[in-house]
Design a protein around this ligand. Sequence first.
Ligand SMILES: Cc1cc2nc3c(=O)[nH]c(=O)nc-3n(C[C@H](O)[C@H](O)[C@H](O)COP(=O)(O)OP(=O)(O)OC[C@H]3O[C@@H](n4cnc5c(N)ncnc54)[C@H](O)[C@@H]3O)c2cc1C
Length: 384
Amino acid sequence: MALDFSLTEEQIELQKLARRFAREQVAPVAREYDEKEEVPWLLVEKLYEIGLLNVSIPEENGGLGLGLVEEVIIGEELGWADMGFYTIPMASELGITPVLIAGNAEQKERFLRPLTEKPALAAFALSEPGNGSDAAALKTRAERVGDHYVLNGTKMWISNAAEAEWTVVFATFDPELRHKGVVALVVERDRDGVSFNKIHGKMGQRAAPTHEMVLEDVKVPLENRLGEEGEGFKIAMLTLDKTRIPVAAGSVGVARRALEEAAKYAKEREAFGRPIIDFQAIQFKLADMMIGLETARMYTYYAAWLADRGDPRHIYASAIAKAYASEIAFDAANEAIQIHGGYGYVSDFPVEKLLRDVKLNQIYEGTNEIQRVIVARHIKKNIP
Ligand SMILES: Cc1cc2nc3c(=O)[nH]c(=O)nc-3n(C[C@H](O)[C@H](O)[C@H](O)COP(=O)(O)OP(=O)(O)OC[C@H]3O[C@@H](n4cnc5c(N)ncnc54)[C@H](O)[C@@H]3O)c2cc1C
């Protein structure tokens, strides 16, 4: 009788809170922020006020200390309303996670507490203009000089970066060592030599800010290093093993929204004298959307549950959840457009935005090809 799919009372309350916020505050303004390509700081502030920003920060550092199951509950609701908005708190957790994994007590207090005292964000900078999937090929240099590092290089596609209080930057002290030559450094936004260029013209998720982060002779003290010199790559991978689960959760939210919008429209729209939901071709599309949604949600919870228990199976489970959920969500958004016919192709209905937004879920935090590399590595090593 140990298997139990029910949420606790606290988790149900959390879901209600996130759902109400998503419906009442986020969904009505999602398209406006997307069109204006504007960071919805007002929503970030409101999210902070209801206690749902940076929820993984431990209680001893002023936070709620919630786990990935709770992040998944919140992520589905915010993803339902606007995947672009959800990427902001999600990328902040991506920045916080390396500090949780490798920060010492003093660093946790110094970096995390300020994120609980006001609406504030963190960021994570691994990707560069010349390398994303092959993260160990990073070129940003961290030269050790006395009691500090000097950083030089460019980070690319960094969510939140210019809006964040600090960013965890991964850099190499010896490129020949590849993954063994990486350090993880917390770089505060206002350090001399740090600058940002906002990336414009994204296909979707345009409310979420994405930046190029330029580092020119940036002095970072040793006490900002997470873990030991050479442990940076491991810290980045341990982080992504966990943080791709919220990407799956946001995808589940998008898939649910696509199904809801498509079902509603199919009941209202008539063709050949009857609602189009009466056609079996439409019913099967809706049924496939629901099959994808239910299985992706269940597996995403499972991956979060494994990660919260520290079970190493979460490494491949989070890869499966991210790849699967983002793919069924993309297909669901695509079919929701098809069910809307011509109306699906224009911005009067939400479905074209779902497709534009969720495409990114197949790319960031490791492309779905890289998720398959992770799953295949597990098969090679562990399946006889
Ligand atoms: C809007 C946005 C926000 C982002 N936010 C962040 C962030 O906050 N922090 C951060 O560090 N990064 C961020 N990224 C970067 C993102 O993680 C990378 O774009 C992604 O990892 C892919 O890297 P790449 O773009 O360099 O593509 P590449 O690595 O050049 O890949 C190109 C193609 O080749 C495929 N490929 C590469 N290697 C293999 C392989 N071994 N096997 C099979 N196929 C392979 C890829 O799957 C892809 O299809 C963001 C990206 C975007 C677009």
